[in-house]
Design a protein. Structure first.
Length: 305
C-alpha cells in the first residue's frame, strides 16, 4: 500500500492513538521520583533560608546555595490516601565543616549535590504566618518563589509532570507531527501540492438489488413437447405453441420431428396408373435378393400354388 494513498483523516486517527499511547507510557511515576531527585529535606526553615542565601566564590561572584530549582506537581501516598504537593528539586552547594557555612566564620565551597524539598498545598507565606492571617487555600510554593525573583531566585515548572498538561502535550504533538506535517510532506513529494488530486467517484452499489431473469415463456410447453411421444401428438403440441418473440430463442430447443404420412407415394401412384405393365418379383431359397419373375415363371408358380 502506497503511503500517499492514505487519507488525511486516517493519519489524524493514527496520531491520536500514538499520542495517547505515548502519554500513557510516559506517565510520571510520582512514587519513584524522590528516589531520583537526591536527598530530601523536610525542614521548611532550611528551605526558605538556603533558597535565598548566596555563597561567594573566589572570583568575587556569588551563587545561590540552593539553586537550579525545578518544581514538580506530584501526589504522594499517605495513610488516608494521596496528597497533592509540590516537590522543589535543585542543586545544593554543600560546604566543608558542618555544612552550615560557619567553619571558622568562613564559607568554604564544597560540591553541588541534588536535594529536594516537599512543599505542602496550600503553602502559607511567611508574612501571613507572622501576622496570623488565614491561609489562602490557593497559595502554593510557586507564589513564594515568584516573590523572591527580585533577589535573583529563579525556577522552572515541570509542566510535563502535571497530569492536566502531559496528555494534552503528547496528543497535541503527535497530532501536529503525524496528522498534519507528515501527510503534507507526502503530498508534496508525490504530487507537488499540499493536497492530493481529486479522485474519481465510483459507482455506489449500496442500493443495487440483484435482478432475477424470468423463465422462458415456452419453457413449460417445450418440456411438454419433449415428454410427448414421437408422432402426431408431439406435432399437435408443437403446432399449438405460440410463436417465440424476436430474439427470444429458448435454450436447448428440440429439433422438429417430421410427421409420418400414410398417403401413397408417387411410385405407387405411377405403378397403379393404367398403361404401365405390372411386374412381379420373387426370390428362391438360395437367392440373395428378389428378382423379376418372367411370365413362364409366374404361371409355374401359380400352378404350384
Amino acid at each position: 500500500m502506497r503511503l500517499e494513498r492514505v487519507r488525511r483523516w486516517q493519519w489524524v486517527v493514527l496520531s491520536l492513538v500514538v499520542g495517547l499511547g505515548l502519554a500513557q507510557a510516559r506517565r510520571f511515576d510520582a512514587d519513584d521520583l524522590p528516589n531520583r531527585l537526591g536527598e530530601g529535606v523536610a525542614d521548611r526553615g532550611w528551605f526558605e533560608r538556603e533558597v535565598q542565601r548566596r555563597v561567594p566564590l573566589a572570583d568575587g561572584s556569588t551563587v545561590p546555595a540552593f539553586g537550579r530549582l525545578r518544581v514538580y506537581p506530584l501526589s504522594v501516598p499517605e495513610r488516608t490516601g494521596r496528597r497533592q504537593v509540590h516537590v522543589v528539586a535543585g542543586m545544593y552547594l554543600a560546604q566543608a565543616g558542618n555544612g552550615r557555612g560557619d567553619a571558622g566564620g568562613v564559607d568554604t565551597v564544597g560540591k553541588f549535590r541534588p536535594y529536594f524539598f516537599i512543599a505542602p498545598l496550600p503553602y502559607p507565606s511567611p508574612g501571613d504566618e507572622r501576622s496570623r492571617k488565614p491561609v489562602d487555600p490557593r497559595a502554593t510554593v510557586l507564589d513564594y518563589l515568584d516573590g523572591l525573583r527580585a533577589k535573583g531566585v529563579t525556577y522552572t515548572y515541570a509542566w510535563w509532570a502535571d497530569p492536566r498538561y502531559a496528555a494534552a502535550a503528547w496528543v497535541g504533538g503527535s497530532f501536529v507531527l503525524i496528522g498534519v506535517l507528515w501527510p503534507t510532506a507526502l503530498n508534496l513529494l508525490a504530487y507537488g501540492t499540499f493536497r492530493p488530486p481529486p479522485e474519481e467517484k465510483g459507482v455506489s452499489l449500496w442500493k443495487v438489488r440483484p435482478a432475477h431473469a424470468p423463465p422462458p415463456r415456452n419453457a413449460v410447453n417445450v418440456a411438454a413437447v419433449a415428454a410427448a411421444p414421437v408422432g402426431g401428438e408431439r406435432a399437435a403440441i408443437s403446432a399449438s405453441l405460440p410463436p417465440s418473440p424476436k430474439g427470444d430463442v429458448p435454450a436447448a430447443s428440440p429439433a422438429p420431428v417430421p410427421a409420418l404420412s400414410v398417403a401413397p407415394s408417387e411410385d405407387d401412384v405411377t405403378a397403379a396408373a393404367p398403361g404401365h405393365e405390372h411386374k412381379e418379383f420373387g426370390a428362391e431359397r438360395d437367392d440373395y435378393y428378389p428378382t423379376e419373375l418372367k411370365a413362364a415363371g409366374r404361371h409355374t408358380e401359380h400352378a404350384h400354388g
